[in-house]
Design a protein around this ligand. Structure first.
Ligand SMILES: [Zn+2]
Length: 497
């Protein structure tokens, strides 16, 4: 409403000004004198203004006519015209229609139709960056890998489609199982698009598979930089990779670099058990037993683990069993109720031949959460306290049927692995091993259980067998835990001394 009023006011003002201007011009004297071929024309002020307007119009008309003339000349010369443009447009339209049909066929899984449409679009459009993509996809769908790879190679030559081409060839190499070439291509693709998440994952996977830990660490860092990885996950995985670097060097003999890597891995992720154990060993090698103790105590606080206990024992290899029990209180008092703590304490006391103390350490573990290791230890305690063979064999028979307790289990494929590694041996996924009790506890086979009376009977006939621990060792069917075997060895050695 206000706006209309404003427009009306402006209109009235312009009319008023024009009238005022015309009136002013008529009032003023003088004008323009033009001499054309000896005749003089005298124009008044108003007439001069009108004449100027006519002149401007004439110039505009002249240029218009000139451009029309040029266009006519071009037409006669055979240049692009409205007519040829019409045909071009129709050709382009049919090309895009073919492209759209091809995409539709691709989405509906009709590879052959997609292929036909793609070659039609290729002819009509002359835009290889568009049609090549369709051809490559259609060729993949129809299983024509040769055609697909040729098209990907064409895409690589164009800077706009280079990434798509490299990625396509990379995927083909992955499918062929040529990991080495695929890794190089993934590196190339990432150089073009450093933030491409899928390629980062592929490269990381291939690098860990090829044990290129340094390369994997740099890929992991670019994942963090691109914002695809939370910082805590990055730290943990970086630690795993640093540890893997240390492990690789360990195979060729302990070096300073290996020690530093292990210590770095532990610093990055103090709760990573293998890193803590390896870092502690690195410190032991350097003669820094206090630093080793500190690291192991810190890791034990997060999670008691047999590997930590082993490393802790290595700090003082020459101490007596009694001294060892005393030194271990630094660890065992941290989580006194933890299953692992109690088993370790029982083992140490068995080696020190303090059987009542070992029995006290085991406590109700045997009744509540008995596994093969706990039952084996119980058998050793019973034998140490002079129980009959029947009692000892009873415990060993139980161990045969009991679950094996926590182990390194892959979170991805649930495969059980004998020792920790950065990559699952079964499914090759990275950083998926965790220390846990398997969901399907490894129980001895049905045959094993049925054989039990025979085995126990055989054992009963060998009553002259003096050593408990030897019984456990000879019984091949019972796969006793590594720890128990070591304890057995130690006890034996102790007795021989
Ligand atoms: Zn796995």
């Amino acid at each position: 409403m206000l706006w209309s009023l404003f427009k009306i006011l402006v209109f009235v003002a312009i009319i008023g000004l024009l009238a005022l201007g015309g009136h002013f011009l008529m009032q003023t004297s003088g004008g323009v004198q033009i001499t054309v071929a000896g005749t003089e024309f005298t124009l008044g002020p108003l007439q001069s203004v009108i004449a100027l307007g006519v002149l401007v119009l004439a110039v505009w008309l002249f240029f218009k006519l000139l451009s029309l003339l040029v266009a006519t000349l071009k037409f006669l010369n055979g240049d692009e015209t409205a007519l040829s443009r019409y045909f071009d447009r129709s050709r382009e339209q049919r090309g895009y229609q073919a492209l759209a049909d091809g995409l539709m066929a691709l989405a509906s899984g009709e590879g052959r139709i997609a292929m036909t449409k793609a070659s039609k679009a290729e002819k009509l459009l002359n835009k290889p960056e568009l049609t090549d993509l369709l051809v490559a996809q259609a060729a993949e769908m129809t299983g024509d890998t040769k055609k697909a790879s040729d098209t990907y190679k064409k895409l690589v030559t164009n800077s706009a489609t280079r990434f798509v081409g490299v990625r396509g060839i990379m995927k083909q190499k992955l499918a062929e199982g040529d990991d080495e070439t695929a890794r190089k291509l993934a590196e190339k693709a990432l150089a073009i698009k450093p933030r491409h998440e899928e390629t980062q994952d592929v490269l990381l996977n291939l690098q860990t598979k090829a044990q290129d830990w340094a390369g994997a660490r740099s890929t992991l860092t670019s994942k963090l930089k691109a914002g695809y990885l939370p910082r805590d996950v990055f730290k943990r995985r970086d630690a795993v990779l640093a540890l893997s670097e240390a492990k690789g060097i360990l195979d060729e003999g302990a070096t300073v670099e290996q020690q530093e890597r292990a210590i770095e891995a532990n610093r990055l992720s103090p709760d990573l058990v293998p890193a803590a154990a390896m870092a502690a060993r690195a410190y032991i090698a350097k003669g820094k037993s206090r630093a080793a103790t500190k690291i192991l105590k810190k890791a034990w606080e997060v999670r008691p683990h047999p590997d930590l206990a082993h490393a802790f024992a290595e700090i003082e290899p020459d101490e007596t069993p009694e001294q060892r029990v005393r030194r271990f209180t630094a660890l065992t008092r941290i989580h006194p109720e933890n299953m692992e703590t109690r088993l370790i304490l029982a083992e140490l006391n068995i080696v020190a031949e303090d059987f009542p103390e070992a029995r006290r350490a085991l406590g109700d573990v045997v009744e509540k959460r008995g596994d093969a290791r706990a039952y084996t230890l119980m058998a050793a305690v019973e034998r140490g306290e002079g129980a009959t063979d029947a009692v000892v064999q009873g415990w060993l028979a139980k161990a045969l049927n009991a679950p094996r307790g926590p182990q390194w289990v892959c979170d991805n494929c649930h495969d059980i692995q004998p020792e920790w590694g950065p990559v699952c041996q079964n499914c090759h996924s990275f950083d998926t091993l965790s220390w846990q009790t398997p969901q399907t506890p490894e129980i001895a086979t049905a045959t094993g259980v049925h054989m039990l009376p025979l085995i126990v009977g055989a054992l009963e006939s060998q009553t002259e067998e003096p050593e408990t621990v030897e019984t456990a060792e000879d019984d091949d069917v019972v796969e006793v835990t590594v720890d128990a075997v070591e304890v057995a060895d130690d006890a034996e050695a102790q007795k021989q001394v």
